[in-house]
Design a protein around this ligand. Structure first.
Ligand SMILES: [Zn+2]
Length: 235
């Protein structure tokens, strides 16, 4: 399973998502979602987790080697949980802190119940049709999840300089573990595996999946992503 992030392209989608269509009786119902977060951070639950929502019917995604798609044995609606962030998606309308903290809480809650689900953006699994949620990367959503869990936000002072050890598996990931996808956020997209000798700035070390007997992962500045600590040495 995975968690899919959406944004509504609206300002008041609460009733629309309850109906799922334009007609008041819901007879044209075509979309549904598990949870919506409005701009005040209020959470609206529409469906139980056990029911597939109609939110990613045209999407294709692969989780742990299994692909879900429109023509696959199992489609993406049946293998995902979805949330919507109320937002105009015009590049001007900001997500609010309350909204993103609620989202972070939900991501943590779903993981507590269902295990370490990855978060994906709708745009990344249906790129020809969708662009939501704009201006919100998976790395940023993971940051809000950690913030919602009470971790300190990253400090911008106290950056530590490291260099990538040659021939190490310095793959930049969206979370501190090998189950997280390679970082898709902005600059790192075409450079998720960093060559030996690359200098990186680390704003904190977090605990994550154990690899080679070590659970430490370095979080790169500007939310670029995470690299396992054993791929790095102090500059
Ligand atoms: Zn969407």
């Amino acid at each position: 399973m995975a968690i899919v992030a959406h944004a509504t392209v609206g300002t008041n989608s609460i009733d629309f998502l309850r109906r799922g269509g334009d007609l008041p009786d819901g007879s044209d119902r075509r979309v549904s979602i598990h949870v919506l977060f409005d701009k005040a951070g209020k959470r609206y639950v529409y469906l139980p987790d056990s029911v597939g929502a109609n939110h990613v019917g045209f999407s294709t995604l692969t989780i742990n080697g299994q692909t879900f798609c429109r023509t696959c044995q199992i489609n993406a609606n049946q293998s995902t949980l979805g949330f919507e962030l109320e937002n105009l998606q015009d590049g001007q309308d900001p997500y609010t802190e309350a909204q993103l903290l609620s989202m972070g809480w939900q991501i943590n809650e779903w993981r507590r119940i269902h295990g370490p689900l990855p978060v994906v953006r709708h745009a990344d699994i249906d790129p020809t049709r969708r662009s939501d949620p704009t201006d919100l990367s998976v790395v940023q959503m993971e940051e809000w999840a950690r913030r919602a869990a009470g971790e300190q936000p990253p400090r911008n002072n106290g950056l530590q300089r490291f260099v990538v050890i040659p021939d190490s598996l310095a793959i930049v990931r969206e979370g501190p573990g090998t189950s997280f996808p390679e970082a898709l956020g902005g600059r790192s997209r075409n450079l998720t595996r960093l060559p030996g000798g690359t200098e990186v700035l680390v704003d904190r070390i977090v605990r994550g999946e154990e690899a080679f007997g070590d659970t430490r992962w370095a979080h790169l500045e500007n939310d670029i992503g995470f690299i396992h600590i054993l791929a790095l040495e102090r500059a």
